[in-house]
Design a protein around this ligand. Structure first.
Ligand code: ZN
Length: 399
């Protein structure tokens, strides 16, 4: 197929993908069915893995010799909400202006997925020596949740892929490492009472505020002890403090306060060690204090999510592959998490490499430059050329 036709077809497919509201809180089954039937019409089988509710699913498909592990092109199907954002047009009805495509998810990251799908007919026509896999997931934006079910299925039942390319927007530059994260939910249970006599209750907001202040001092401590040689920016583990909920009225001593917090970790930092500092503070400074006021008061903390870091490894098969195909020499690191860390943790070398700029992600009037899609098409064409060679995987270390 001509490049201009591939680009036209990518744009048409992207228009369709954007029209499905796949905000993480919604079911994505209609979108999964749309993609599954597109692939089915081409004669490509899909493997579907569902979440516990059955309302969300991942899709895995293989083109080429399925008896061996190949190269995975991976992307998430969910998008962030448009709530509260000022869009100049319907975010789910993609529009085009000045060489750009606008709509929710065009850059993060349905554009990459559209290119993959548009190139599937071409992949089928070629004599691939090594298969190309598609891995499309749910609930990435809420903490890389969906990918785990897909990975379990792949690791348990299929030949292990040789490398994965996570097509998050990196402006077609190689990202070989990213931070990991761990998130927590801490609930302070106080004792409600009329505000006119604070001695009769236990104020959960006041206790939670001390935890927040401790997190702030921990943040400062981490910044003060930054790793000067770290390629990451910022060059230290950071503290997240995203949600605090508590209280019902100004004249009631608040019974419950919830704090959602966490860490974005340098790959070498231990979440367990940092977590222990916070939990020790709560156990020594907060719990005894509120228990002294009432034995009904308590503090509990649960881990709500873990995202594995992508540990930089410029010798990894994934990075070698992209360097080989693109001629690029540099790789960088980023501070946001992606599914690449989970793939790496499962023993599949991974890089982040995709069209468009991360600065446009999650924004109102999110856009991707059409030129970036064209670059991505060219990259995949070169990938396919490599995958037709006699023994493409001689590029990799033997397994
Ligand atoms: Zn993304």
């Amino acid at each position: 197929m001509k490049k201009s036709d591939l680009l036209k077809s990518s744009i048409a497919i992207l228009q369709e993908l954007v029209s499905f509201d796949s905000t993480s809180r919604e079911s994505n089954l209609a979108l999964i069915e749309h993609i599954r039937s597109y692939l089915d019409n081409l004669g490509i089988e899909s493997r579907i893995t569902h979440d516990a509710s059955g309302e969300k699913a991942n899709l895995w498909a293989t083109i080429g010799p399925a008896t061996r592990g190949g190269v995975v092109l991976s992307g998430h199907l969910d998008v962030v909400p448009v709530d509260g954002q000022q869009w100049s047009s319907d975010p789910f009805n993609m529009w085009q202006a000045e060489g750009k495509l606008f709509g929710r998810g065009v850059v993060d990251m349905k554009g990459f997925i559209a290119v993959c799908l548009a190139m599937a007919p071409q992949m089928l026509k070629q004599k691939l020596q090594l298969p190309i896999h598609f891995a499309f997931t749910y609930d990435e934006e809420t903490g890389c949740i969906g990918v785990h079910g897909l990975l379990k299925d792949v690791v348990d039942n299929l030949p292990l892929p040789r490398a994965v390319i996570v097509g998050e927007p990196t402006s077609m530059k190689i990202i070989g490492g990213h931070k990991g994260s761990r998130s927590y939910r801490t609930v302070v249970k106080g004792v409600p009472a009329h505000s006119s006599d604070p001695r009769l209750g236990v104020n959960s907001i006041m206790a939670a505020a001390k935890i927040v202040t401790f997190l702030e001092s921990l943040q400062q401590d981490l910044a003060d002890n930054a790793d000067k040689n770290s390629p990451f920016d910022p060059p230290y583990t950071t503290v997240d403090l995203g949600i605090i909920n508590g209280g019902t009225a100004n004249n009631i001593i608040p019974e419950f306060t919830e704090v959602q917090w966490g860490f974005r970790l340098l790959p070498q930092d231990s979440a367990d060690t940092l977590q222990k500092r916070v939990i020790d503070f709560i156990d020594k400074e907060i719990t005894p204090h509120i228990k002294a006021q009432s034995d009904k008061a308590s503090v509990s903390t649960t881990i709500s999510n873990n995202v594995a870091p992508l540990i930089p490894d410029d010798q990894s098969a994934a990075e070698q592959l992209i360097r080989h195909i693109t001629g690029l020499n540099d790789s960088g690191v980023v501070s946001f998490g992606t599914e690449a860390g989970a793939f790496q943790q499962s023993g599949i070398p991974a890089v982040v490499f995709g069209p468009g700029s991360i600065t446009e992600a999650h924004q109102p009037d999110e856009f991707i430059e059409i030129e970036q899609l064209a670059e991505c098409i060219e990259f995949i064409e070169n990938l396919l050329e490599w995958a037709q060679k006699d023994s493409p995987d001689s590029l990799f270390q033997p397994v």
